[in-house]
Design a binder for this molecule. Structure first.
Ligand code: SAM
Ligand code: SF4
Length: 329
């Protein structure tokens, strides 16, 4: 198992399949993009599947989520999903995506074994979408969401990040829109992981503010901690349920004590935490003939050293060198 020295066990693996993206969300990437990984340093499809297999067969991982950058840009995504779905102890397979291009890929991915999907959508207004993402792809995102729904992927979760002065008033409208379609909406507080390094706490839209605006229009009843388990989102029943809305208060109420995540970057580095300054290389050992057991042992060691928390509130907090799109959110 992937235990750490603070008593937590990681069973949820996030795999970044690429650091590239077709959007440039202001809270994630700079307008000009980043220095992309060289092709030879990115894990091949076979290497990704082998590491996932080791995590599942040797290390107790039960859920695998593919992310990025934008994972739909990875040409081998369908094959990777299919191979992971064929593993002996099949994990739950999920995807976090901006949904650009999902219109065509939803059916093949679902068929290959993708169980669940989270689509990032911050606004219902195409112009606001352009301000936030610096691209005119709002129609593609809506078409991608509709396609995922049409092929029967369920539940569909929508992730929204609010930015002050741009879409911070849109919470209730986003919730109404998701409720009408049966999608589960979760708001995520902005974290200091942006490529521009311009995050600041004073300007961040907090969970309390988000909830206050929602409560002006909806009746929200908190679900008990037991329902939450190790999920980072705290959830509320909307107007008596069964529909729910979630808020991930990563900054104002971090949930590090129950974190069950382990992360793999597109270039084969284990990160124990989003905010780690340390990475542990698995690509080198993988390419130089390491056995499954040797690689599993390196992964265990990397996780044992996991920090107790992200430390955003600490005076000495420093943003990690890699930003969100390069880590895999
Ligand atoms: N490109 C895909 C997408 O946008 O869904 C997958 C990768 S993206 C990094 C994963 C999630 O991280 C998205 O829901 C995005 O909104 C969120 N995200 C990106 N930067 C963030 C930040 N600085 N703080 C909080 N969430 C962030
Ligand atoms: Fe791309 Fe996702 Fe980052 Fe937006 S949040 S720039 S879609 S990786």
């Amino acid at each position: 198992m992937l235990r750490d020295s603070h008593g937590r066990v990681a069973t949820d693996l996030r795999v970044s399949l690429t650091d590239r993206c077709n959007l440039r969300c202001t809270y994630c990437m700079p307008a000009e993009g980043l220095a992309w990984l060289q092709a030879q340093s990115v894990l091949t499809d076979e290497e990704v599947v082998r590491l996932v297999r080791i995590a599942v067969e040797h290390l107790g991982v039960r859920e695998v989520r593919f992310t990025g950058g934008e994972p739909l840009l990875r040409p081998g995504l369908r094959d990777i999903v299919e191979a992971v779905a064929g593993l002996r102890h099949r994990p739950e397979i999920a995807l976090t995506t901006n949904a650009v291009g999902l219109e065509k890929l939803a059916e093949p991915l679902h068929h290959a074994g993708l169980d669940r999907i989270n689509v990032s959508l911050d606004t219902l207004d195409p112009e606001t979408f352009h301000r936030l993402t610096r691209r005119h792809r709002h129609t593609d995102v809506l078409a991608g969401l509709a396609a995922a729904d049409a092929v029967g992927m369920a539940p569909i979760k929508v992730n929204s990040v609010l930015t002050r002065g741009i879409n911070d008033q849109e919470g209730p409208e986003l919730l109404r829109w998701c409720l009408a379609r049966g999608y589960e909406l979760r708001f995520i507080e902005q974290m200091p992981l942006d490529g521009d390094r311009s995050w600041n706490r004073a300007n961040m839209v907090t969970a309390d503010e988000i909830l206050e605006r929602l409560q002006a229009e909806f009746s929200l009843s908190p679900q008990p901690e037991a329902v939450r388990g190790s999920a980072p989102a705290q959830t509320w029943l909307v107007d008596g349920g069964p529909a729910r809305v979630g808020v991930i208060a990563s900054v104002t109420a971090p949930f590090c004590h129950a974190c069950d995540r382990t992360r793999l970057t597109a270039d084969g580095q284990v990160r124990a935490c989003l905010f780690s300054h340390k990475e542990s290389d698995l690509r080198g050992p993988l390419r130089s003939g390491g056995t499954d057991e040797e690689i599993a042992a390196l992964w265990r060691t990397a996780m044992w050293g996991k920090q107790a928390g992200g430390g955003i509130g600490d005076v000495a907090f420093e943003q990690p060198a890699r930003s969100m799109s390069a880590i895999g959110g």
